[in-house]
Write a protein of this length. Sequence first.
Length: 424
Amino acid sequence: MTDLFSDAHAAALDVADPLRDFRDEFHLPLHDGAPQAYFVGNSLGLQPKGARAHVEQVLDKWASEAVEGHFTGEAQWLDYHALVRDGLARVVGAQPSEVVAMNSLTVNLHLLLVSFYRPTRERPAILLEAGSFPSDRYALESQVRFHGFDPATDLIEVEPDEADGTISMAAIERAIATHGSRLALVLWPGVQYRTGQAFDLAAITRLAHAAGAIAGFDLAHAVGNLPLALHDAGADFAVWCHYKYMNAGPGAVAGAFVHARHARSDRPRFAGWWGHDAATRFRMGPRFMPTPGADGWQLSNPPILALAPLRASLALFDRAGMPALRAKSERLTGYLEQLIDAGLRDVLQVLTPRDAAQRGCQLSLRVRGGRERGRQLFEFLAARGVLGDWREPDVIRISPVPLYNTYGDVLRFARTVQEWRHAA
């Protein structure tokens, strides 16, 4: 039988990996002079080595040309956000006109809720998952209150119905069927941040639309992680960040999707001059004429320095391709799962769905024995250069990212857990 815990086995998997060379495209944090086993791409992706050149190009242009940098060269600032448009569209499965890089995730969520959450007395409710990321819940609750409704009755949370805290499609379907006549909006994650569970966006969209509701998605943990097909799924809108799997840096500019059927929508929106039709924007007229498509939801001119690293990351995604990244992701998490099942089940419980189709590259691992024991393990791992992240009360999230993590990294995690168990 194959020794899953052997160096030879992990090394053979790494040698056979068609994406192995992409690891060299990233700066790897060091621990005691050697690369960390870094499993926190679900919180902050590593820096692409190509990012610095794009940032320095902007700085050099600013130094040498000042305001004229808006109008000169291939990377002129006036249309700089368009340099990432096609790459983003490929990553999320959209038409180029349906995507835009702007603002931050929660700002984009609020801006799109202005247009797509249009509650009435008959339909005031928003459906979301229980335990949603706090920023989403805060935004939705504040929108419900802003429109004069009560979150206690009009913010409907779908509770987990499966053993490990995940939510079945049947539960989502029941909730929409139960509350459908009152629903204005279904706002759902592509991947649930705490459990790592991935959802069928097309199925949720169909259910929402059949009930007469808008379908929107927070894709913070899905973009760059899972193959997406937002246009074909029929989602009305989506928002996401670029600092996790998209490797665009801390606080990176975020992204938004608006389906092509809303390209010339007369829905109300909060307007800003960069959303004005580009052909007449600089006439400075008093009447707002939105650019068709997602660009029409922009407020201000793009943050050039913040967009620059995203260009480097998107080039890597184009070279690797989402199908190949997804295939490696499934193999990495599958290997991690095998190691846990073979030798660590007395320490760790896998909360993320076992079905690879229902997860991305994150496994959420509950440490058996409670919070204190979990913190001890987490700190032991970090002290030895194995970095995951902690979620209260007893969960360590480990995310082997296919662009830069290796099977050797995964084995290092498992062996370090074994070392802690023997020392405890």
